[in-house]
Design a protein around this ligand. Structure first.
Ligand code: FAD
Length: 297
């Protein structure tokens, strides 16, 4: 194991103190939440921050609360808290599903939602579901507060729209519509201890007859430089009533639209094959849930 380079450590008690330190310390300063990603990269020698700003002492950033029109999850809410939350299960069960597929219980107990999004890993398990639910990221910095759609937050592997001196404070997801359903599925090499080789989240809101498509969402993990909304495939899904053939055609377009790389987890060719299969399965499940056959909204 490589030696960790010295860094300055801060443990602010408020968000304004934290963003003040982040702004003052500049690009070498990193927020530290659960540390399941950041500390691993530091130990491996992949990252040498000049400063760590521990967010864990900031009170009130780990709440999961219903708001008018939606749900707000604090950046410090752990993945385990999301997985076990009866509030999330009742309003956005797909987030419970995605959280339950992330890492192992020990990782989920420490890892936070803000850390999962802030890392901007292309393989983030939470991002695709948040994208299809039209989630918004609450950001605070020295200049003030702003909100950004989850799908616009990622700029590339490890890159986000956050400026130096900004941090994520919460993630907001609007209520799911009546007659809607959503699902997330992933394939990894080692169950529980590996990031996604490919992941897909799908959202469908249907008309009263169960075939007329009112709203759709489709997003992938680990098949592009960032968690990605696959808009061309969404168009296919939106272009007429739901049929078995339309699902198959949509899945084919997902496989075309992604730009997967080959790495130690799998080849680009394999990723393209499995992402189409996952897309089909996810949409079939979302359809079933939306039609009221299995506990959707
Ligand atoms: C064995 C193992 C298995 C894993 N499996 C998975 C998996 O299956 N799926 C998956 O998606 N991930 C996986 N991970 C990655 C990681 O555990 C998760 O992404 C976790 O949610 C990260 O949260 P954290 O709080 O630990 O982040 P940290 O490690 O504290 O931080 C991660 C990054 O986000 C930044 N950050 C943290 N909080 C904020 C904030 N509030 N605002 C702005 N930036 C912030 C940090 O500066 C850092 O760059 C795995 C990791 C390990 C070690």
């Amino acid at each position: 194991m490589k030696r960790i380079k010295p860094f300055t450590y801060f443990a602010p008690a408020t968000v304004s103190e934290a963003v003040g330190v982040l702004a003052k310390e500049g690009v070498g300063a990193y927020p530290l939440a659960g540390g399941t990603d950041l500390l691993v990269r530091m130990k491996r020698g992949d990252l040498a921050p000049g400063a760590l700003v521990n967010l864990k002492r900031i009170a009130g950033l780990d709440g999961i609360v219903k708001e008018s029109g939606g749900l707000r999850i604090g950046a410090l809410a752990t993945i385990r808290a999301v997985e076990l939350s009866s509030v999330v299960r009742a309003s956005h069960p797909v987030l419970v599903e995605a959280a339950g597929l992330l890492g192992s219980p020990s990782i989920r107990n420490l890892g936070t939602l803000g850390g999962n999004i802030g890392r901007a890993s292309p393989a983030s398990d939470m991002a695709p579901s948040l994208i299809v639910l039209r989630g918004r990221i609450g950001i605070e910095g020295v200049e003030g507060k702003r909100e950004v759609a989850v799908e616009e937050f990622f700029k590339g592997p490890g890159e986000t729209v956050l400026s130096s001196g900004e941090m994520i404070t919460s993630i907001y997801v609007p209520e799911m519509q009546e007659g809607s359903g959503a699902a997330y599925m992933k394939i990894g090499r080692l169950e529980g201890m590996d990031c996604a080789l490919a992941g897909v989240a799908g959202y469908l809101a249907l008309g009263a007859k169960g075939r007329e498509v009112r709203e759709v969402g489709l997003a992938v993990a680990a098949c592009a430089p960032m968690p990605l909304r696959v808009k061309r495939a969404e168009e296919v899904l939106r272009s007429g009533d739901l049929t078995e053939e339309r699902l198959q055609e949509t899945a084919r377009v997902v496989a075309e639209e992604v730009t997967p790389i080959s790495d130690m987890r799998g080849s680009g060719w394999y990723r393209r094959e499995v992402v189409g299969i996952l897309a089909y399965r996810v949409l079939a499940k979302a359809w079933q849930l939306a039609a009221g056959d299995g506990g959707g909204r």
